[in-house]
Design a protein around this ligand. Structure first.
Ligand SMILES: [Mn+2]
Length: 358
């Protein structure tokens, strides 16, 4: 059975449980996962017996190549008419939609114009199925992580006093593309000196100076899958407080990595790191969650945070990224990607976490 067939089988089981005749899938990350089609516009209708991909002139040929299990319908002009054709041909009454994605405008239009008796939320089944990665996905993610790891080895030799943050970001992204990445998985963060106290300080025109702490947070997209890593390095010896913060963040991260076991909730794993940071007096300086799922989307379920209620399962891929940020001083964050695997996760990110002074 192909990867797509397995995914469709699981989706069909969920649809049957919910009493939904077919799912309408329009979000790119979801149609990539359930069809293999990677273009920028497609509408899937998946019922127990049928799988139809509706797309336009630009993508009809690509859809035939990539979504081999699907009937390809090319629409001209009216998407609604094309959807209604399929709905009629396949005898669909109750159609499920992506409640977390459809805009109010789209929802209203579909609800009014699609010829179905019920238009009901899918209840997150697509995202739930995407949380646990199969072996094919894990292999691709490993490659995305490796590209980012290689970029780290490269960039620590590139950073010098006088170079601007945006040049560092550009070099990371160019390097990753030369390694086969489609692009960066999000806007590269290079936050140096006092800017390092901004958890998401995207690269600016600031010049990196001797004595700066530098937070590098970036990732690659490889074959549609994202990687995400953070390292904090120093240009010259760090100030004593930053050095202390580094050791606290590293300890919190290592303990959370060791404890990230299947069966625990995101909240329980978040607490492992948060407790260590709080006991060292930096509770208020760790204002974000410990981590998040990563896959076709850079941030997906499950979340590792104070609100993370989802239990970890084998095959989930998540980040572990505690940080401490002190305005006026700087900040430290260390992030690895892991695969949940019974008691001990498989740690994907390989770059050193020893304190690096460039
Ligand atoms: Mn992250």
């Amino acid at each position: 059975m192909s990867v797509v067939e397995k995914r469709l089988k699981k989706l069909r089981e969920k649809l049957a449980e919910k009493g939904i005749d077919a799912a309408l899938i329009t979000k790119r990350e979801n149609y990539v996962y359930f069809s293999g089609f990677t273009g920028t516009s497609a509408f899937l209708i998946i019922s127990q017996n049928d799988a139809v991909i509706i797309t336009d002139f630009r993508y009809a040929e690509q859809a035939k190549q990539q979504a081999g299990l699907y009937e390809v319908e090319q629409y001209h002009g009216s998407l609604i008419a094309a959807l209604n054709d399929v709905i009629k041909k396949k005898g669909i009454n109750k159609l499920g939609f992506e409640e977390g994605y459809l805009t109010y405008e789209k929802y209203s239009e579909y609800k009014k114009k699609l010829n179905v008796s019920e238009f009901s939320p899918l209840g997150g089944v697509l995202e739930t199925l995407r949380m646990v990665k199969d072996q094919d996905e894990i292999e691709i993610i490993k490659k995305a992580v490796e590209i980012a790891d290689n970029a780290f080895s490269h960039i620590i030799n590139f950073i010098k006093p006088g170079v601007r943050e945006i040049e560092v970001a550009a070099e990371i992204e160019y390097f990753m593309k030369r390694q086969g990445a489609k692009g960066a998985s999000f806007e590269t963060i290079v936050a140096s000196g006092e800017r390092a106290s901004m958890p998401h300080g995207v690269a600016s025109e600031k010049v990196i100076n001797q004595g700066d702490v530098i937070t590098l947070d970036y990732g690659a997209i490889y074959k549609e899958y994202c990687s995400d890593m953070t390292r904090t390095v120093f240009l010259g010896d760090p100030q004593p407080e930053i050095k202390k913060i580094y050791s606290i963040v590293l300890e919190a991260q290592q303990k959370a990595l060791e404890g990230a076991a299947a069966g625990l909730t995101g909240k329980e794993i978040d607490f492992i790191a948060r407790d260590i940071i709080s006991k060292r007096g930096y509770e208020k300086n760790f204002g974000h969650g410990l981590g998040h799922g990563v896959g076709i989307e850079i941030h997906e379920e499950p979340r590792l945070s104070m609100a993370g209620s989802i239990k970890m399962e084998n095959g989930m891929v998540v980040t572990v990224e505690p940080g401490i940020y002190v305005p006026g001083l700087g900040g430290v964050r260390i992030e690895d990607m892991i695969v949940i695997n019974d008691d001990k996760p498989q740690i994907l990110t390989q770059s050193t976490k020893d304190l690096i002074v460039i």
